[in-house]
Design a protein around this ligand. Structure first.
Ligand SMILES: [Zn+2]
Length: 257
Protein backbone atom coordinates (compact mmCIF):
# COMPACT_ATOMS: atom_id res chain seq x y z
CA UNK A 1 0.00 0.00 0.00
CA UNK A 2 2.82 2.31 1.00
CA UNK A 3 4.59 1.56 -2.30
CA UNK A 4 1.49 2.44 -4.30
CA UNK A 5 1.05 5.70 -2.39
CA UNK A 6 4.69 6.65 -3.00
CA UNK A 7 4.41 5.82 -6.70
CA UNK A 8 1.24 7.95 -6.98
CA UNK A 9 2.94 10.83 -5.18
CA UNK A 10 5.99 10.55 -7.45
CA UNK A 11 3.74 10.66 -10.54
CA UNK A 12 1.89 13.67 -9.16
CA UNK A 13 5.15 15.50 -8.40
CA UNK A 14 6.46 14.72 -11.88
CA UNK A 15 3.22 16.01 -13.43
CA UNK A 16 3.38 19.24 -11.40
CA UNK A 17 7.10 19.95 -11.63
CA UNK A 18 8.05 18.59 -15.05
CA UNK A 19 5.10 17.81 -17.34
CA UNK A 20 2.99 20.97 -16.79
CA UNK A 21 5.94 23.39 -17.10
CA UNK A 22 7.01 21.56 -20.28
CA UNK A 23 3.51 21.87 -21.81
CA UNK A 24 3.50 25.57 -20.87
CA UNK A 25 6.93 26.07 -22.44
CA UNK A 26 8.10 27.55 -19.11
CA UNK A 27 11.79 28.41 -18.71
CA UNK A 28 13.69 28.73 -15.46
CA UNK A 29 17.26 29.48 -16.50
CA UNK A 30 19.14 30.85 -19.48
CA UNK A 31 20.11 27.84 -21.61
CA UNK A 32 23.79 27.39 -22.53
CA UNK A 33 24.78 30.45 -20.50
CA UNK A 34 28.47 30.68 -19.75
CA UNK A 35 28.60 33.91 -17.80
CA UNK A 36 25.16 35.45 -18.03
CA UNK A 37 22.84 36.50 -15.28
CA UNK A 38 19.32 37.86 -15.78
CA UNK A 39 17.92 40.31 -13.26
CA UNK A 40 14.13 40.36 -13.41
CA UNK A 41 11.78 42.77 -11.65
CA UNK A 42 8.12 41.96 -11.00
CA UNK A 43 4.97 43.80 -9.91
CA UNK A 44 5.86 47.26 -11.20
CA UNK A 45 5.86 49.84 -12.47
CA UNK A 46 5.86 51.72 -9.18
CA UNK A 47 6.44 55.48 -9.61
CA UNK A 48 8.14 55.62 -6.18
CA UNK A 49 10.82 53.03 -7.01
CA UNK A 50 11.01 52.08 -10.71
CA UNK A 51 12.52 55.40 -11.94
CA UNK A 52 15.27 55.20 -9.28
CA UNK A 53 15.99 51.61 -10.24
CA UNK A 54 16.18 52.61 -13.91
CA UNK A 55 18.64 55.39 -13.00
CA UNK A 56 20.93 52.86 -11.28
CA UNK A 57 20.74 50.38 -14.17
CA UNK A 58 21.51 53.16 -16.67
CA UNK A 59 24.41 54.47 -14.60
CA UNK A 60 25.89 50.97 -14.29
CA UNK A 61 25.07 50.07 -17.91
CA UNK A 62 23.09 46.98 -17.04
CA UNK A 63 19.96 45.64 -18.73
CA UNK A 64 17.18 43.71 -17.01
CA UNK A 65 13.71 42.30 -17.64
CA UNK A 66 10.56 43.85 -16.17
CA UNK A 67 7.33 41.90 -15.71
CA UNK A 68 4.65 44.58 -15.41
CA UNK A 69 1.17 44.46 -13.95
CA UNK A 70 -1.27 45.77 -16.59
CA UNK A 71 -3.38 48.02 -14.36
CA UNK A 72 -0.20 49.67 -13.02
CA UNK A 73 1.30 50.01 -16.52
CA UNK A 74 -1.68 51.96 -17.89
CA UNK A 75 -1.28 54.51 -15.07
CA UNK A 76 2.45 54.98 -15.79
CA UNK A 77 2.86 54.75 -19.59
CA UNK A 78 5.90 57.04 -19.56
CA UNK A 79 7.76 54.65 -17.23
CA UNK A 80 6.78 51.70 -19.45
CA UNK A 81 8.16 53.52 -22.51
CA UNK A 82 11.30 54.49 -20.62
CA UNK A 83 11.97 50.84 -19.66
CA UNK A 84 11.76 49.86 -23.32
CA UNK A 85 13.76 52.83 -24.64
CA UNK A 86 16.63 52.10 -22.25
CA UNK A 87 17.12 48.61 -23.69
CA UNK A 88 15.40 46.50 -21.07
CA UNK A 89 13.01 43.68 -21.92
CA UNK A 90 9.36 43.88 -20.93
CA UNK A 91 6.91 41.15 -20.14
CA UNK A 92 3.44 41.05 -18.67
CA UNK A 93 2.45 39.82 -15.24
CA UNK A 94 -1.39 39.75 -15.54
CA UNK A 95 -3.81 42.66 -15.43
CA UNK A 96 -4.45 42.81 -11.66
CA UNK A 97 -2.23 40.12 -10.11
CA UNK A 98 -4.92 37.87 -8.59
CA UNK A 99 -3.96 34.88 -6.49
CA UNK A 100 -3.90 32.28 -9.29
CA UNK A 101 -4.78 29.41 -6.97
CA UNK A 102 -8.18 30.99 -6.34
CA UNK A 103 -8.99 32.00 -9.95
CA UNK A 104 -10.78 29.94 -12.62
CA UNK A 105 -9.21 29.16 -15.99
CA UNK A 106 -11.50 31.73 -17.59
CA UNK A 107 -10.46 34.47 -15.16
CA UNK A 108 -6.78 33.60 -15.62
CA UNK A 109 -7.09 33.75 -19.40
CA UNK A 110 -8.68 37.22 -19.20
CA UNK A 111 -6.01 38.35 -16.73
CA UNK A 112 -3.15 37.08 -18.92
CA UNK A 113 -4.59 38.54 -22.13
CA UNK A 114 -5.58 41.91 -20.64
CA UNK A 115 -2.19 42.30 -18.92
CA UNK A 116 -0.36 41.57 -22.14
CA UNK A 117 -2.54 43.88 -24.26
CA UNK A 118 -2.13 46.76 -21.79
CA UNK A 119 1.63 46.80 -22.37
CA UNK A 120 1.37 46.10 -26.09
CA UNK A 121 -0.98 49.08 -26.50
CA UNK A 122 1.52 51.39 -24.79
CA UNK A 123 4.52 50.12 -26.76
CA UNK A 124 2.83 49.32 -30.09
CA UNK A 125 4.76 46.05 -30.22
CA UNK A 126 4.23 42.36 -29.39
CA UNK A 127 5.05 41.46 -25.80
CA UNK A 128 5.11 37.65 -25.50
CA UNK A 129 7.26 37.47 -22.35
CA UNK A 130 5.19 36.62 -19.30
CA UNK A 131 5.55 35.62 -15.71
CA UNK A 132 2.66 33.99 -13.86
CA UNK A 133 2.12 35.52 -10.40
CA UNK A 134 3.63 33.39 -7.63
CA UNK A 135 5.24 31.25 -10.34
CA UNK A 136 1.99 29.29 -10.56
CA UNK A 137 2.12 26.64 -13.27
CA UNK A 138 -0.97 24.56 -12.43
CA UNK A 139 -3.23 23.05 -15.09
CA UNK A 140 -5.57 26.09 -15.22
CA UNK A 141 -2.64 28.42 -15.64
CA UNK A 142 -0.99 26.27 -18.31
CA UNK A 143 -4.16 26.21 -20.44
CA UNK A 144 -4.57 29.98 -20.01
CA UNK A 145 -0.91 30.68 -20.85
CA UNK A 146 -1.07 28.62 -24.04
CA UNK A 147 -4.30 30.27 -25.15
CA UNK A 148 -2.98 33.75 -24.34
CA UNK A 149 0.11 33.00 -26.46
CA UNK A 150 2.66 34.00 -23.84
CA UNK A 151 6.19 32.82 -23.11
CA UNK A 152 6.37 32.03 -19.40
CA UNK A 153 9.63 32.72 -17.62
CA UNK A 154 10.04 31.57 -14.05
CA UNK A 155 13.30 31.88 -12.07
CA UNK A 156 15.88 29.74 -10.33
CA UNK A 157 17.22 32.33 -7.86
CA UNK A 158 14.82 33.88 -5.34
CA UNK A 159 16.50 36.25 -2.85
CA UNK A 160 13.02 36.59 -1.22
CA UNK A 161 12.99 40.37 -1.47
CA UNK A 162 9.18 40.12 -1.22
CA UNK A 163 9.51 39.12 2.44
CA UNK A 164 8.68 41.93 4.89
CA UNK A 165 11.79 43.05 6.75
CA UNK A 166 14.29 41.55 4.29
CA UNK A 167 17.63 43.39 4.33
CA UNK A 168 19.83 44.33 1.40
CA UNK A 169 22.69 42.12 2.61
CA UNK A 170 20.64 38.94 2.42
CA UNK A 171 19.47 39.85 -1.12
CA UNK A 172 23.08 40.38 -2.19
CA UNK A 173 24.21 37.09 -0.60
CA UNK A 174 21.50 35.14 -2.45
CA UNK A 175 22.53 36.60 -5.80
CA UNK A 176 26.21 36.01 -4.99
CA UNK A 177 25.41 32.30 -4.69
CA UNK A 178 23.68 32.18 -8.10
CA UNK A 179 25.38 30.33 -10.93
CA UNK A 180 25.87 31.49 -14.52
CA UNK A 181 22.59 31.24 -16.39
CA UNK A 182 20.58 32.19 -13.31
CA UNK A 183 17.32 34.10 -13.55
CA UNK A 184 16.98 36.27 -10.44
CA UNK A 185 13.55 37.19 -9.06
CA UNK A 186 13.34 40.73 -7.63
CA UNK A 187 10.51 43.26 -7.20
CA UNK A 188 10.35 46.98 -8.02
CA UNK A 189 6.72 46.96 -6.84
CA UNK A 190 4.80 44.52 -4.71
CA UNK A 191 1.38 42.93 -5.12
CA UNK A 192 -0.31 40.71 -2.53
CA UNK A 193 2.14 41.90 0.17
CA UNK A 194 2.48 39.74 3.27
CA UNK A 195 2.65 43.00 5.26
CA UNK A 196 2.57 46.72 4.36
CA UNK A 197 6.29 46.90 5.20
CA UNK A 198 6.99 44.96 1.99
CA UNK A 199 5.53 47.80 -0.10
CA UNK A 200 8.73 49.77 0.51
CA UNK A 201 11.20 48.56 -2.12
CA UNK A 202 14.11 50.51 -0.70
CA UNK A 203 16.15 47.46 0.32
CA UNK A 204 15.84 45.90 -3.14
CA UNK A 205 16.89 49.16 -4.81
CA UNK A 206 19.87 49.47 -2.46
CA UNK A 207 20.83 45.84 -3.06
CA UNK A 208 20.81 46.14 -6.86
CA UNK A 209 23.82 48.45 -6.98
CA UNK A 210 25.80 46.03 -4.81
CA UNK A 211 24.57 42.97 -6.76
CA UNK A 212 25.82 44.49 -10.01
CA UNK A 213 29.24 45.19 -8.50
CA UNK A 214 29.56 41.67 -7.06
CA UNK A 215 28.49 40.04 -10.33
CA UNK A 216 31.07 42.17 -12.14
CA UNK A 217 33.80 40.86 -9.84
CA UNK A 218 32.67 37.30 -10.63
CA UNK A 219 32.89 38.00 -14.36
CA UNK A 220 29.15 37.63 -14.91
CA UNK A 221 27.42 39.68 -17.62
CA UNK A 222 23.81 40.81 -17.48
CA UNK A 223 21.33 39.81 -20.12
CA UNK A 224 17.62 40.13 -20.89
CA UNK A 225 15.29 37.15 -21.24
CA UNK A 226 14.55 36.01 -24.78
CA UNK A 227 11.02 35.33 -26.07
CA UNK A 228 12.20 32.47 -28.31
CA UNK A 229 9.79 30.97 -30.81
CA UNK A 230 6.78 31.23 -28.54
CA UNK A 231 4.55 33.00 -31.07
CA UNK A 232 4.70 30.24 -33.68
CA UNK A 233 4.47 27.54 -31.05
CA UNK A 234 1.35 29.05 -29.50
CA UNK A 235 -0.31 29.81 -32.82
CA UNK A 236 -0.19 26.09 -33.63
CA UNK A 237 -1.68 25.24 -30.24
CA UNK A 238 -4.49 27.78 -30.65
CA UNK A 239 -5.27 26.59 -34.18
CA UNK A 240 -5.49 23.02 -32.92
CA UNK A 241 -7.91 24.02 -30.17
CA UNK A 242 -10.08 26.12 -32.48
CA UNK A 243 -10.14 23.75 -35.47
CA UNK A 244 -11.11 20.63 -33.53
CA UNK A 245 -14.79 20.56 -32.40
CA UNK A 246 -13.98 18.08 -29.63
CA UNK A 247 -11.03 20.07 -28.36
CA UNK A 248 -13.08 23.28 -28.58
CA UNK A 249 -15.91 21.66 -26.55
CA UNK A 250 -13.42 20.46 -23.94
CA UNK A 251 -11.91 23.93 -23.90
CA UNK A 252 -15.34 25.48 -23.29
CA UNK A 253 -15.90 23.03 -20.41
CA UNK A 254 -12.60 24.00 -18.87
CA UNK A 255 -13.45 27.66 -19.23
CA UNK A 256 -16.53 27.03 -17.08
CA UNK A 257 -14.42 25.73 -14.16
ZN1 LIG B 1 4.09 39.18 -8.85
Amino acid sequence: MLGLRRATQALHTRWREKTLPRIAGAKYAIPHAKGDLALTFDDGPDPRFTPELLDILAEMRVVATFFLVGRRAVKEPSIVRRISEEGHALGSHTWSHPDPRLASTKVLLHEYEDGRHAIEDILGAEVPLFRPPMGYVGLKSVIAMRLAGVRPWLWNCDPEDWRPGVCRESIVRAVEAASPGAVVLLHDGIELPLADEALDRGETIAAVRQVIKVAGFQGLRFTILPAGDVCEDNRKFQQRIRSSPRAAAAHEDRMDD
